[in-house]
Design a protein around this ligand. Structure first.
Ligand code: ADP
Ligand code: ASP
Ligand code: MG
Length: 435
C-alpha cells in the first residue's frame, strides 16, 4: 500500500509567539518546539507508522523541534486488558499498569525505527525515562511533576524525542498509567513543561465536531473552541480529548490543535476564549454511556445524611458524577447519582452498608442509562435552551430520568437505548446539522 503523505509539514502551527525551548536558563535551540501526539488508530499498522514518521520528519525539516507522544497501536490496550482478565479474576492494579504500559513501549520503538530510516535521528523514552512523575493511584494516576531534562538533552542533540503516552513513574517508583485516553494528557503536560508553541493531537477524525461523527454523520467540524467549552464536552462524553488533558491545557494556556493523521488537514484549535468573537449558543451535543445510575430510596430527610453517603463513596475512591435529590415527602426523600460502570460493584457494596446505617428503605441501580448533553458558551445569555431541549426529547418520546446543568451545559440522563436518537434529534433542533 502506498503510504499517504501529509500535504503540510507543521504549517498549521502558526499560532501565538513561537516558543524557544530553554534549558537551565539558556536557550537550547532556535527552533520553535511542537508536541505531536498520535492516537492508537494513527499508528495501527506498519504503513500508518511510516506515514506518521514521514509527517514528523517533515515537521522537523520545516524548522521545528519535535517531541512526539504516541499511544499503543490500534486496539492493543483493549487486548492487553482482555488478557489480564483471562488470567486473573481481579488483576492486581500494579501488575495491570505494568502490562498496559507495554503497548506504548512497542509504539515508541517502532516509530523511532521508522523515523531513523528517513535519516532523522530519534530517541524513544518510556514515561518514566521522560521524567513523568505521578501519584501512586494505579490506573488513574495524576501527573505531579515533569522532569524533562532528558528530553531537553535529546532535542539539543538534534533528535526527535518520542515518548510513550499514558504512563509515568510514581513517587514510590512504581510504573503507573493515567487512565484511558491518557496519552492526550502526557502530550499536553509535556507541551506545558517544555514551553511548546502548541500541542497537536492527531487522531482518526479531522477535529472536534458538533457531535460524535460516528453517530451524527451531519456533524460539523468546529474551527475553534474555548478551554471551558472543551472541558464541558470532554467531561460529558466527547472522548476526542481526555478530560485531564484539557484541564492541563487550560491551567497552563497550551494551545491544542486536534486534527487528522489521515487527511492532515487543519482541524480544531482549543484555546483561550476570544472576547471579540460572538459565542455560539450551542457548540455541540455529547453523549456518554459509561455511567450507571444508583438510587437510594426513602432516605430520612435530615442534616448529615448526604454527607455520610458521599463520604463513604469518596473513601472507596468512587467518582460520583450527577447527583439528584428529590423533594421530600413525609420526611423522606430519594437520592440518585451516577457512577462509572466499572465502579458500580464497589458502589453497591458501600451503599449496602450505608442504607442500613442511615435507615433508608432500599437501593436500586440501572446500568442501562446514558447521558446526552448540550454544551455552548452562549447558553449563559440565551434563555430557553433547556425548554427546547426537553421539548425535543418529549417529541421523540424519550423519558428524562435526571437533569443537571452548569452555566454552559445541560445534561439529561435517558434510557441507554434512546441515547443515539436523542443526540441526532438535538443536533437537528439546534441547527447544528446545517453547514
Ligand atoms: P485516539 O485513539 O486518536 O486517541 P479516540 O478514539 O480517543 O482517538 O478519539 C477519537 C474519536 O472520538 C473519534 O473517532 C470519534 O468517534 C470520537 N468522538 C466523540 N465525540 C466527538 C466529537 N465531538 N468530535 C470528534 N470526535 C468525537
Ligand atoms: N493506549 C491507552 C488507551 O487506549 C492510552 C491512549 O491511547 O491514550 O486508553
Ligand atoms: Mg484518545
Amino acid at each position: 500500500m502506498a503510504i499517504p503523505r501529509s500535504p503540510d509539514s507543521g504549517a498549521g502551527i502558526v499560532l501565538g509567539t513561537p516558543g524557544r525551548p530553554w534549558y537551565r536558563g539558556r536557550v537550547i535551540s532556535e527552533h520553535p518546539l511542537v508536541v505531536q501526539k498520535f492516537g492508537g488508530s494513527s499508528v495501527a499498522d506498519p504503513d500508518r507508522v511510516r506515514a506518521v514518521a514521514d509527517h514528523i520528519v517533515r515537521t522537523r525539516r520545516a524548522g521545528h523541534d519535535v517531541v512526539v507522544v504516541v499511544s499503543a497501536m490500534g486496539k492493543t490496550t483493549d487486548e492487553l486488558l482482555r488478557l489480564a482478565h483471562d488470567v486473573s479474576h481481579r488483576p492486581s492494579e500494579r501488575e495491570l499498569d505494568m502490562l498496559l504500559t507495554a503497548g506504548e513501549r512497542i509504539s515508541i520503538a517502532l516509530l523511532c525505527m521508522a523515523i531513523i530510516d528517513l535519516g532523522q535521528p530519534a530517541v524513544s523514552f518510556t514515561g518514566s525515562q521522560a521524567g513523568i512523575v505521578t501519584d501512586t493511584a494505579h490506573g488513574r494516576a495524576k501527573i505531579l511533576e515533569v522532569r524533562a531534562d532528558r528530553l531537553r538533552d535529546a532535542l539539543a542533540a538534534g533528535n526527535v524525542a518520542v515518548v510513550a503516552g499514558f504512563q509515568g513513574v510514581s513517587t514510590t517508583f512504581d510504573i503507573t498509567t493515567l487512565g484511558r485516553g491518557g496519552s492526550d494528557t502526557t502530550a499536553v503536560a509535556l507541551a506545558a513543561a517544555l514551553g511548546a508553541q502548541a500541542c497537536e493531537i492527531y487522531t482518526d477524525v479531522a477535529g472536534v465536531y458538533s457531535a460524535d461523527p460516528r453517530i451524527v454523520p451531519e456533524a460539523r467540524r468546529l474551527g475553534r473552541l474555548s478551554y471551558e467549552e472543551m472541558l464541558e464536552m470532554a467531561a460529558s462524553g466527547g472522548r476526542v480529548l481526555a478530560l485531564r488533558s484539557v484541564e492541563f491545557a487550560r491551567n497552563h494556556t497550551v494551545p491544542v490543535h486536534v486534527r487528522s493523521s489521515f487527511t492532515w488537514e487543519p482541524g480544531t484549535w482549543v484555546q483561550e476564549e476570544d472576547p471579540s468573537m460572538e459565542q455560539a449558543i450551542i457548540s455541540g451535543v455529547t453523549h456518554d454511556t459509561s455511567e450507571a445510575k444508583v438510587t437510594i430510596e426513602q432516605v430520612p430527610d435530615r442534616p448529615g445524611i448526604a454527607a455520610t453517603m458521599f463520604r463513604a463513596l469518596a473513601e472507596a475512591e468512587v467518582n460520583v458524577d450527577m447527583i439528584v435529590q428529590n423533594v421530600s415527602t413525609a420526611d423522606h426523600t430519594d437520592i440518585s447519582f451516577t457512577v462509572p460502570k466499572e465502579d458500580l460493584a464497589r458502589t453497591l457494596e458501600v451503599m449496602d452498608k450505608v442504607v442500613a446505617e442511615v435507615e433508608a428503605t432500599g437501593l436500586r441501580h440501572d446500568p442501562d442509562v446514558g447521558r446526552v448533553s448540550l454544551v455552548g458558551a452562549g447558553m449563559k445569555t440565551h434563555p430557553g435552551v433547556a425548554a427546547t431541549m426537553f421539548e425535543t426529547l418529549a417529541e421523540e418520546g424519550i423519558n428524562i430520568e435526571m437533569i443537571s446543568t452548569s452555566s454552559i451545559r445541560i445534561s439529561c440522563v435517558v434510557p441507554a437505548g434512546d441515547v443515539e436518537r436523542a443526540v441526532r434529534a438535538l443536533h437537528r433542533t439546534f441547527g447544528l446539522d446545517e453547514g
